[in-house]
Design a protein around this ligand. Structure first.
Ligand SMILES: C[S@@+](CC[C@H](N)C(=O)[O-])C[C@H]1O[C@@H](n2cnc3c(N)ncnc32)[C@H](O)[C@@H]1O
Length: 439
């Protein structure tokens, strides 16, 4: 690491460790304000900052913190990172680290993480560990989950089916920038990219043949099963990652509503929409989940996707600062919102239609608990088995139960949850109706 890279890394880390803004925003701001950093410098700085944030609970413990309140100095965290995560030997440490630092580094090398408490070994906050253990996960499972979040996430692309074929895009990227890709194992539209090329500089991206999308998100599209000519609602559409996928699955026909309460996020959807070539999408700003617009569409939708606002804990590989920025109280607030959104969005599903509830979280309180409560109060909805739906789509995937539950260690995607439900005639109503027919 050059002195310039090291000094930028310390600056960015100092800002990111205040946890006042998302780390990716902190990094981008620093790069915008420091044009002297070249592409290679930026890559090294970002990789180191995110590496430190991913391993923070472990670095904190190694550098003598973990007392709860105050982190060790940024310099010490970086020293622990170089020594224990990058496995640099004392001679390889950047020159800024003097003899005292080297002595401390030698001490860190002698420490065994096996002696550390579970939250350090799993590199997860204690409240998340408590929630996972309380839901019946074993310590080994929690450890495996936490450790799988320590790797950098790969760059996945989704090929836009209305504009291109997967093989053709792979060949185009190879020819245009010597970019190597492999087809993703589960999604029929996915390409996994080798390395981290700036994909937005390539024509395939600028002309809407590919979008950046984790393979896990792509599988949600298959669970929705949106088809030509249908009425579909993407309830929490945000900047439209899943909207674009649903629109392409519908072959640019039918009507696809993209609802969100955030004007800013919906406006970020606009350039993506024009690149994609889709004209069946109708972005709709709503004031809340109980907006009148939703009421007017009651019982009209073939498919409703609720990609609920959530803790994002399933994306820790990309957003490791969430470990420090999320709290148990914050998740409780989200749980109330998630229930309310699901209940309201469900009104739009027609009989025989599909309702998909999804999060990018591994916390049971945001996932199974929300769905169980919803089903207990809505006899007109029943759970479908995600495994069967995916099998019909010829996706061979190991899932532990009827939910889609993805993890980096098993599926090499972010951690995702999805439950697929369908609206049925409730048993009591069906019984009365069949008696009436018999009479
Ligand atoms: C997980 S993000 C959606 C990501 C998006 N579906 C995608 O694939 O890029 C959740 C979204 O829910 C939106 N949201 C929050 N509260 C909402 C509400 N009450 N009704 C509808 N959307 C809401 C947020 O603005 C945010 O864009």
């Amino acid at each position: 690491m050059t002195p310039i890279q090291l000094s930028a890394t310390l600056d960015v880390l100092n800002a990111a460790l205040g946890f006042n803004a998302p780390a990716d925003a902190v990094v981008s701001r620093h790069f915008r304000e420091n044009k002297n950093l070249g592409p290679k410098d930026r890559a090294v700085v970002a990789e180191t900052v995110f590496g430190v944030l991913r391993h923070l609970p472990q670095l904190d413990w190694l550098a003598g913190g973990d007392a709860g309140s105050k982190l060790p100095s940024t310099r010490d965290l970086l020293l622990a990172f170089f020594t224990r995560i990058k496995h640099l030997n004392l001679r390889e440490l950047p020159a800024v680290f003097g003899d005292n630092d080297k002595e401390r580094a030698a001490g860190m090398k002698g420490m065994s993480l096996r002696d550390a408490p579970l939250h350090v070994r799993a590199a997860l906050p204690q409240w998340a560990i408590d929630a996972l253990l309380a839901s019946g996960k074993t310590e080994d499972e929690v450890l495996a989950l936490g450790q799988s979040m320590l790797q950098a996430a790969p760059l996945d692309l989704r090929v836009n089916g209305i504009k291109a074929k997967r093989d053709a895009v792979a060949a185009e990227l190879k020819a245009a920038g010597d970019i190597n890709t492999t087809p993703t194992p589960y999604s029929p539209w996915g390409l996994r990219v080798e390395g981290k090329p700036a994909i937005n500089k390539y024509k395939a991206f600028m002309e809407g043949r590919v979008e950046v999308q984790d393979e896990g998100s792509q599988l949600l599209g298959l669970l929705c099963g949106a088809k030509r000519g249908q009425m579909v609602a993407d309830f929490c559409a945000g900047a439209g990652g899943k909207t674009l996928l649903l629109g392409a699955m519908m072959q640019n026909t039918g009507r696809l509503y993209a609802f969100d309460v955030s004007e800013k996020r919906l406006s970020n959807l606009k350039p993506r929409l024009s690149r994609s070539g889709l004209s069946n999408v109708h972005p709709q700003l709503i004031s809340s989940e109980s907006d009148q617009k939703i009421k007017r569409l009651a019982g009209k939708m073939d498919v409703v996707l609720v990609d609920a606002p959530c803790s994002g804990m399933g994306t820790l590989r990309r957003n490791p600062d969430l470990k420090a920025r999320q709290t148990a109280e914050g998740v409780l607030e989200l749980n109330a919102k998630q229930s309310s959104i699901l209940k309201s969005a469900a009104r739009m599903v027609k009989q025989g239609g599909r309702l998909v509830y999804a999060t990018c979280s591994f916390l049971p309180s945001e996932n199974e608990a929300i769905v169980a409560e919803f089903l207990a109060n809505h006899a007109d909805f029943k759970l479908l088995d995600a495994r069967e739906i995916l099998k019909k789509e010829r996706v061979e995937i190991e899932l532990p139960n009827e939910y889609l539950q993805l993890t980096p260690q098993q599926h090499h995607t972010d951690a995702f949850f999805a439950a697929v439900m369908t609206r049925v005639v409730p048993a009591a109503v069906a019984a009365v109706e069949s008696e009436e027919v018999a009479e």
